[in-house]
Write a protein that binds this ligand. Structure first.
Ligand SMILES: *Cc1c(COP(=O)(O)O)cnc(C)c1O
Length: 375
């Protein structure tokens, strides 16, 4: 219907205005605005407990967190500079690897949940491989056992990009407990946000000091600067936003679940339309609603659906298209035909609107428009 309210692919979660005002009031007494203030420390502890992880270091954003963890692990220093990773992700994952002077080696994904295919990792391992950086894409848990088995056999570090996976658990274990470290993003568009923000979860207490030092110019004491670190500290206003949003996150995830289940009910089982339902041992966070259209069976392409939704004021997104390996900035360096599953999914996937406040009636309308395109 023309003139109808626009629906975007996501909508940031915000606490009640008064709750945030109460949370930041004391900052006007202390005048302590950043550098590990009271809100920062409170949030770090609260998230660590919520995610059930051993150690948690907050950052100004997820990307800096990922760069910093690669840096503190000193990857590449011994001449081993190859990192096996997925091309089916957001720019940040690969950019962090490249910006740290390391070389991404793209491995294909699984057609079922779009995470790294562990059976294809081993043939990519060389004497130069130092790490694996898998992504829990859309909040789907990677096959962590198989990945860590290959890593263990070859002495590789495993750093998960868990930007999509806040609050996700497998068999009651938080995803932040897997591997050598995991990066979380608290960007405005993620399931849990601090406006901009991020963190590294890690089992190693030694890494914890180093991450905190790298985050703050490499300063280790009042007169000691031992690393050439950068500045990636979270400020008190962002931390206060996180403290408030964390109080509501379970409720937000429950609302997302209801929206996701409505999509699965209406789109699941339609020929040529594939939705991604998590296995029963996973507590999912319903971060995104990826739908893969097979044009031969569905009768229309992903782009046809995108256009039809746009005409009705519904903003779906092609997450993740193009593959990172096809970006202009990496032209000539990679060949996406080496990762055929990823290439096909990227050509067919559409991410439909999903957020806590999305009305089920809107989901019905979005699915109605979608199904009409294929009819
Ligand atoms: C959002 C995101 C990041 C980067 O996080 P920021 O907090 O925006 O820096 C990294 N990887 C993936 C897969 C993401 O979606």
């Amino acid at each position: 219907m023309p003139g109808q309210r626009k629906i975007l692919v996501t909508r940031s979660s915000m606490p009640p205005f008064e709750e945030y005002c109460d949370e930041i009031r004391e900052l006007w007494d202390t005048h302590w605005l950043t550098n590990r203030g009271v809100k920062h420390r409170q949030l770090e502890d609260a998230i660590q407990e919520y995610l059930g992880v051993e150690h948690m270091t907050l950052f100004v954003n997820g990307h800096s967190a990922l760069e910093c963890v690669l840096e503190t692990m000193e990857l590449g220093r011994d001449g081993r500079d190859e990192v096996i990773t997925t091309p089916f992700t957001f720019a940040s994952t690969t950019h962090a690897i490249v910006r740290k002077g390391l070389r991404p080696v793209f491995c294909d994904i699984r057609p079922g949940d779009y995470t790294l295919d562990p059976s294809k990792i081993e043939s990519l391992v060389t004497e130069r491989t130092c790490a694996i950086v898998p992504v829990h894409v859309y909040g789907n848990v990677c096959d962590v056992d198989a990945i860590e088995e290959v890593a263990g056999r070859h002495g590789l570090k495993v750093v998960y990009d868990a930007a999509h996976a806040f609050g996700v658990e497998r068999d009651g274990v938080g995803v932040g407990s897997f591997g050598d470290a995991s990066m979380f993003s608290f960007h405005a568009t993620k399931v849990f946000n601090t406006i901009e923000g991020g963190a590294v979860a890690h089992p190693d207490g030694v890494l914890s000091d180093r991450l905190a030092q790298w985050r703050n110019f490499g300063i280790t004491g009042p007169e000691d600067v031992v690393y050439v670190g950068g500045n990636s500290k979270m400020n008190e206003f962002a931390a206060a936003m996180g403290i408030c949003n964390l109080r509501h996150v379970d409720n937000e995830i429950a609302k997302r679940k209801a929206v996701a289940e409505r999509y699965w009910e209406l789109l699941g089982g339609v020929p040529g339309v594939k939705v991604c339902v998590p296995p029963s041992n996973v507590r999912h966070n319903y971060a995104y609603m990826p739908v893969v259209f097979d044009p031969a069976e569905f009768g229309a392409t992903r782009d046809d659906v995108l256009d039809a939704l746009a005409r009705e004021g519904v903003g779906a997104r092609k997450y993740f298209h193009p593959l990172v390996s096809d970006y202009a900035c990496y032209a000539g360096r990679f060949d996406s035909s080496d990762t055929p599953v990823a290439r096909e999914v990227a050509a067919r996937v559409l991410t439909l609107p999903l957020y806590a406040g999305l009305a089920l009636a809107d989901v019905d309308r979005i699915c109605g428009i979608t199904l009409k395109v294929g009819a």
